[in-house]
Design a protein around this ligand. Structure first.
Ligand code: NOJ
Length: 540
């Protein structure tokens, strides 16, 4: 992984620092905890680690409300610790990707506080979207847009003006037409790149540029680029500037975009050679556990990435998404934010088998792979958190109908026993979100010597992925006759080194494709048959 093109096929492990490991025993995960657990990531076979925001933040949205990009939140540690962590990780072969949240800042950020004090008409307010309201006395918000977190997108301040926030009120949107905003972000990039960060993950990457007219959202899908704040054409100039910053380093830094767009062609524009390197594959991630749907997602992904020569990414979940080890056991196995509700039942045994098969599927596809912390342990979504423990603004802003994202953010179990299952030191403060009883059965300790565990499967798959020349490069050939039906069967590589991946998403066993050897399977095989919800890697 010493290639400058490491990002093309890297395994990237996502750390949500608050929930990964608590070094100082205050119940909140921190950088000391991460440093002590880095060998877990090396043993897993990761190439890089993406940290969700670790900067100073009131944590109104789990750190996606940044008060100061150049400081680590005291709950997590210090800048010196972050620097040491980046160096230590690199010594173990792990590159670091930091999160940059350019669409908005925290309402505690110095710029926003200055804007509040300076008042209407001041240059300080120009860095944000302050506007007079509509209605006789300005009592109505400037637009009727709906927030990504439900509810409105404007909050009124005591002097009568309103400010824009596409997310929570604690996350005021920046005005990207302002030169300070552009300059500041390029400086922030350099700040972290100079400290050894190998790349950045760009939060809400399509939303930065707004139409200054602030018109209403077209009722029907308008022409691309016509939406008042989503995927406007002017956005690409920003990323071209960032790419120039990234390319100015001896080992060029990588840009990974959070680009949620339904139109794959519009998404590919962010991956042109002078823009971002890769973007998360949300199309694949949200699809149901069905052969046709996943086959189409894989085909479309490869077809849209090829013309811009960008590698695909394969993502099963992240800190915003219902865990696969629950979702795949529900009647509805696709993911949709709008459909999240309490009380949806799941067959956890089935979900676990499918999550295992999905892990082998994603690790066999061409491109990079993202593993969200805890998925390598098969953690289920925690769906019965006490309501008074919930922290996510998505829960609160939905009026309590959407359970929010806390269920996939429950602190990790490292040991079978102990007051927080090894998340923090024994006898330390209770974890910031309660862990369910029996959480220790999912722990690293419980799984690492069990050859049948999810952790062992991940370790074997990622070790093979690294060792097998067939799993490099961008080629994938579908097996003849598998254009339809319940199986996904494809070959990577050619000749004696080729590798076949077969996944059965149907309800009946299917004959295994011709092979000389079974390299790895996600579950027991049935003689020469591949049982339902099972994936296998074969040498032809
Ligand atoms: C996407 C992040 O993944 C999510 O956690 C956050 O709430 C929003 N962007 C807003 O920053």
């Amino acid at each position: 992984m010493n290639s400058p093109h490491w990002w093309r096929d890297a395994v990237v492990y996502q750390i949500y620092p608050r929930s990964f490991a608590d070094g100082d025993g205050d119940g909140i995960g921190d950088l000391a905890g991460v440093r002590a657990r880095l060998p877990h990531l090396r043993d897993l076979g990761a190439d890089a680690v993406w940290f969700t925001p670790w900067y100073r933040s009131p944590l109104a949205d789990g750190g996606y409300d940044v008060a100061d990009y150049r400081a680590i939140d005291p709950a997590f540690g210090t800048l010196a610790e972050a620097e040491a962590l980046i160096t230590e990780a690199r010594e173990l072969g792990l590159r670091t990707i930091v999160d940059v949240v350019p669409n908005h800042v925290s309402d505690q950020h110095a710029w926003f506080q200055e804007a509040l004090t300076a008042g209407p008409g001041s240059p300080e307010r120009e860095r944000f979207w302050f506007r007079e309201g509509r209605g006789e006395n300005g009592e109505l918000p400037p637009t009727d847009w709906t927030s990504s977190f439900q509810g409105g997108t404007w909050t009124r301040v005591p002097d009568g003006q309103w400010y824009l926030h596409l997310f929570a009120p604690q996350q005021p949107d920046l005005n990207w037409n302002h030169p300070d905003v552009r300059r500041e972000h390029e400086d922030v990039l350099r700040f972290w790149f100079d400290r050894g960060a190998a790349g950045i993950r760009v939060d809400s990457a399509t939303m930065l540029v707004k139409d200054p007219e602030l018109g209403e959202i077209p009722q029907r899908e308008g022409s691309p680029g016509a939406h008042p704040f989503m995927d406007r054409d002017g956005i690409h100039e920003i990323y071209r500037g960032w790419r120039r910053v990234a390319d100015s380093y001896d080992e060029p830094r990588a840009l990974v975009g959070e680009v949620w767009l339904a139109d794959p062609g519009r998404m590919a524009r962010y991956l042109r050679p002078d823009e971002m390197h890769t973007a998360f594959n949300f199309d694949f991630m949200t699809r149901p556990w069905e052969a046709g749907a996943l086959r189409a997602a894989i085909r479309d992904t490869l077809a849209t990435h090829a013309p811009v020569d960008a590698p695909a990414t394969w993502v099963l979940s992240n800190h915003d998404i219902t865990r696969p080890a629950t979702r795949y056991g529900r009647e509805e196995t696709s993911f949709d934010f709008a459909a999240k509700r309490f009380g949806v039942t799941a067959d956890l045994g089935l979900a676990q088998r499918r999550a295992r098969a999905a892990a082998l599927l994603t690790a066999a596809l061409p491109g990079s792979v993202y593993v969200y912390q805890g998925d390598e342990l098969g953690l289920p979504e925690v769906e019965d958190l006490p309501l008074d423990a919930l922290k996510d603004p998505m829960y609160f802003r939905s009026g309590g109908t959407d359970p929010g994202r806390d269920g996939c953010r429950v602190p990790l179990p490292w040991t079978e026993a102990g007051s927080s299952f090894g998340f923090g030191p024994d006898g330390g403060a209770a974890p910031w979100l309660p862990q369910p009883e029996g959480w220790g059965a999912y722990s690293v300790q419980a799984q690492e010597n069990d050859p049948g565990s999810m952790l062992s499967l991940y370790r074997s798959a990622l070790a093979l992925r690294r060792a097998e020349p067939a799993l490099r490069g961008s080629e994938l050939a579908w097996f003849d006759g598998t254009d339809e039906g319940d199986a996904l069967v494809f070959t990577r590589g050619s000749g004696a080194q080729a590798l076949v991946c077969a996944v059965n998403l149907g309800s009946k066993p299917l004959p295994l494709p011709p092979h000389s050897r079974v390299l790895l399977s996600s579950g027991p095989l049935d003689g020469t048959d591949l049982p339902p919800d099972t994936a296998v890697w074969l040498r032809p």
